[in-house]
Ligand binder design. Structure first.
Ligand code: MG
Length: 175
């Protein structure tokens, strides 16, 4: 199956609480509510990490960065994406492009979109034209609409790293 691209998807939700920063795509967005979580709670990066790992069948974010590990307490989530990209590369895969959606009632993310795309591109080692982020509101219903949570979804296309054979060996514990 070498040469055939692989698709991955990821989803995440974090509760919104006072007294925490709102970090999305590695960008601190001014807000009265921020993400609860063991790490910095960056739901957007977490969804992208799961999409990258999923495309490569390398488990998920909880497998590699368990919340029980004190190393990840308040950790910047860019560490997770950097590691996921490195793991994918070791397995012979690189991100072709990624497309993500954030669901957040407020604040509006339009003014931060360019910074979020640039941040994700920098973390993942991509050109900005390969990174898409879209924003939706929760239409004032459900957890997102009531500002109880922020959600993010991501899809990635992984392409074989040029010149590297795609590994058919799973890492320990990944079956
Ligand atoms: Mg998360």
């Amino acid at each position: 199956m070498n040469g055939v691209p692989r698709i991955g998807q990821g989803w995440d939700r974090h509760r919104l609480v006072p007294g925490r920063p709102l970090v999305l795509g590695g960008v601190a967005v001014p807000s009265d509510l921020g993400e609860d979580g063991h790490s910095d709670g960056d739901a957007l990066l977490h969804a992208i990490v799961d999409a990258v790992l999923g495309a490569c069948a390398l488990g998920d974010i909880g497998t590699h960065f368990p919340p029980s590990d004190p190393r990840w307490k308040d950790a910047p989530s860019r560490l997770f994406l950097e590691r996921a990209v490195a793991l994918a590369r070791e397995a012979g895969w690189a991100i072709g492009n990624l497309d993500a959606t954030v669901v957040l009632e407020s604040p509006r993310l339009g003014p931060h979109m360019a910074a979020m795309r640039a941040s994700i591109a920098e973390i993942a080692g991509l050109s900005v034209d390969r990174v898409s982020v879209k924003a939706k509101t929760g239409e004032r219903v459900d957890a997102t609409g009531r500002r109880e949570a922020v959600e993010a979804q991501a899809a990635v296309l992984m392409v074989p790293v040029p010149g590297r054979p795609v590994s058919l060996v799973s890492p320990p514990g990944m079956g």
